[in-house]
Design a protein around this ligand. Structure first.
Ligand SMILES: [Zn+2]
Ligand SMILES: [Zn+2]
Length: 423
């Protein structure tokens, strides 16, 4: 028997209410804040992610689904959305439109990672980006959008971590201070951290290895090393969030795993947070467009993990709206009644009533069991008697006992009941 590949999952119909709720709320909040939908390809030139996500990130070093296609092109299934959206911005000359460009996308992404709860190799994300402006009001807008979106989903007691990781002007000075703090501890560091010390010192703060924690905890914070412009930017982000009633926690160790972030970075955590359990996060990436060979183009965005949001909705027992069932089940008893039952189903559907048509030959008991399992409001059964009299045996599933009605009368009864419901 074949199984779904490790780290992937089938979303059966009973899972759909959760995913539909998250995706509908995401689309609603994106448009509420003026973000327009974009759809970028599932795979891109591998170099886009090597340049855009960054050579020294875990994603690029260990997790990308890359392959050479039949035309010898080196392509990668997208591990995240941001480089694709920036590529589309540059490719289509969106800088010529009024700035910023606000975009959102719901994607499936791919990372070869160790699968665990809420962490899959094929995962889904709600992604929002605002490109073409460095105004701190935009950083605050995206954080607010993410916060209000989670609140509207029905998730409670979330916490928001924030930090600033500066820009080209102040980062060299901070990295020097970080190296000076770490160098004396060189022998105590894990292998990854020894390497990070020379290649990517900012990521030292990200280390999860227990023996590295005391060193990271006592490391200097970037917010004490920001240049005037970055300090002013960060202060305005915090002030705007305060006006929105959002109180983030300054987390000096928050640097995000991706190379392209500048200034503001943030992550959103559920109440019982483990080290890998951020529901979403993001930040500013003013340097990315130039990394991709474009002109200087500031940008800020976030991604929220849909599987993790669903996991937390379930843990918090948040109510989600059910996906609609068919309203009517139409069954025939015996081959003679088959065509009149089909006429009835056709009439219902032409009036906009969702209808489940029974197939094959079954007992009445089996038909009713099926109708019950399908959660319909009405069941219409056509047998020899109904065929002869031009009637239908109609059951209101709340009442159970059937009524015999003329074909048209039954049709009107059902249509008017479904209209009552929608009004
Ligand atoms: Zn370490
Ligand atoms: Zn700076």
């Amino acid at each position: 028997m074949y199984q779904a590949p490790r780290g992937t999952q089938d979303l059966l119909p009973e899972e759909q209410p959760y995913f539909a709720h998250v995706e509908a709320t995401a689309g609603h909040f994106a448009s509420l804040y003026g973000y327009q939908e974009i759809r970028t390809p599932t795979f891109e030139d591998s170099a886009l992610f090597r340049r855009g996500t960054g050579e020294t990130t875990d994603i690029v070093e260990k997790e990308m689904y890359s392959f050479i296609d039949k035309g010898n092109a080196d392509v990668t299934l997208r591990p995240e959305a941001t480089p694709s959206i920036m590529r589309a911005y540059l490719q289509h000359g969106m800088h010529a439109r009024p700035q910023p460009i606000r975009l959102f996308q719901i994607i499936s992404g791919f990372r070869y990672d160790r699968p665990q709860a809420g962490r899959l190799r094929e995962f889904h994300q709600f992604d929002c980006e605002a490109i073409g402006e460095d105004d701190p009001a935009l950083d605050a807008e995206l954080i607010t959008l993410l916060w209000r979106f989670c609140d509207a989903l029905g998730l409670h007691d979330l916490s928001l971590d924030i930090n600033s990781i500066g820009d080209q002007a102040c980062r060299p000075g901070y990295l020097e201070a970080l190296r000076a703090h770490y160098e004396p501890h060189h022998e105590e560091l894990c292998g990854d951290c020894r390497r990070r010390l020379s290649v990517n010192p900012l990521r030292l703060l990200d280390c999860k290895v227990p023996s590295c924690q005391p060193i990271a905890d006592t490391a200097p914070g970037f917010t004490d090393h920001l240049c005037d412009a970055c300090r002013e930017h960060f202060a305005r982000v915090l002030a705007t969030l305060e006006a929105e009633g959002i109180a983030p926690t300054l987390n000096r160790r928050l640097v995000r795993g991706l190379d392209y972030y500048t200034r503001t970075v943030f992550e959103l955590f559920p109440p019982r947070a483990g080290s890998q359990s951020a529901l979403g996060g993001g930040g500013r990436y003013d340097g990315m467009a130039e990394h991709l060979g474009g002109r200087h183009t500031p940008g800020v965005g976030f991604a929220a993990g849909i599987e993790r949001l669903v996991l937390n909705l379930k843990e918090q027992n948040a109510p989600v709206p059910p996906t609609p069932n068919a309203q009517v089940y139409v069954g025939h008893m015996g081959g003679q009644a088959e065509s009149v039952a089909s006429d009835f189903a056709r009439s219902l559907r032409s009036r906009g009533v969702s209808t489940l048509r029974a197939v094959g030959e079954r007992s009445l008991r089996a038909r009713l069991r099926h109708a019950d399992a399908a959660g319909v409001r009405w069941t219409a059964i056509f047998g020899d008697e109904e065929l002869r009299d031009g009637t239908v045996s109609l059951r209101d599933m709340n009442a159970k006992s059937p009524e015999t009605l003329a074909f048209d009368q039954a049709l009107e009864r059902i249509v008017s009941s479904t209209q009552d419901r929608t009004e």
